[in-house]
Design a protein around this ligand. Structure first.
Ligand code: THU
Length: 130
């Protein structure tokens, strides 16, 4: 799928801009929104370690700042093998804007990838209706 490749390229490119001098773990995230636009983000660490945040969170913030509210596909790129999956907090943040069947691709630079459904990553997600 070409949009999947586009998302991967966007996430890979932004991963290079991660500010991760403490963990040296660079993460890039790209979310496709229902307006057809792709929003990107990298992890942003801080000398005060707990103040840093994840790539997925950055991408969600970019999407919301641009006025979009629904995520239709996600791609996360790390150098990990197997590719790193979104942390628990980011699963909850993604779930706010995604649907149960939204594909979340986790990939690495060796071309390894796995696609999860949102509800596999966060079964029984807490929603506003709860
Ligand atoms: N990180 C992400 O950007 N996304 C995740 O889902 C997992 C962790 C970042 C946070 C921190 O900068 C580094 O990876 C190491 O935990």
């Amino acid at each position: 799928m070409s949009h999947q490749k586009n998302l991967y390229n966007a996430a890979k490119a932004v991963m290079k801009n991660a500010h991760a001098p403490y963990s040296n773990y660079h993460v890039g995230a790209a979310v496709l929104a229902d307006n057809g636009q792709t929003y990107i983000g990298a992890n942003v660490e801080n000398a005060s370690y707990p103040e840093g945040w994840c790539a997925e969170t950055s991408a969600i913030a970019a999407m919301v700042a641009a006025g979009a509210k629904r995520i239709t596909e996600v791609c996360v790129v790390t150098k990990s093998d197997p590719p790193g999956t979104p942390c628990g907090g980011c699963r909850q943040r993604l779930s706010e804007f995604a649907s149960a069947d939204t594909p979340v691709h986790v990939t690495n630079l060796d071309g390894k990838s796995h696609t999860w459904r949102m509800d596999e990553l966060l079964p029984g997600a807490f929603k506003l209706k709860d």
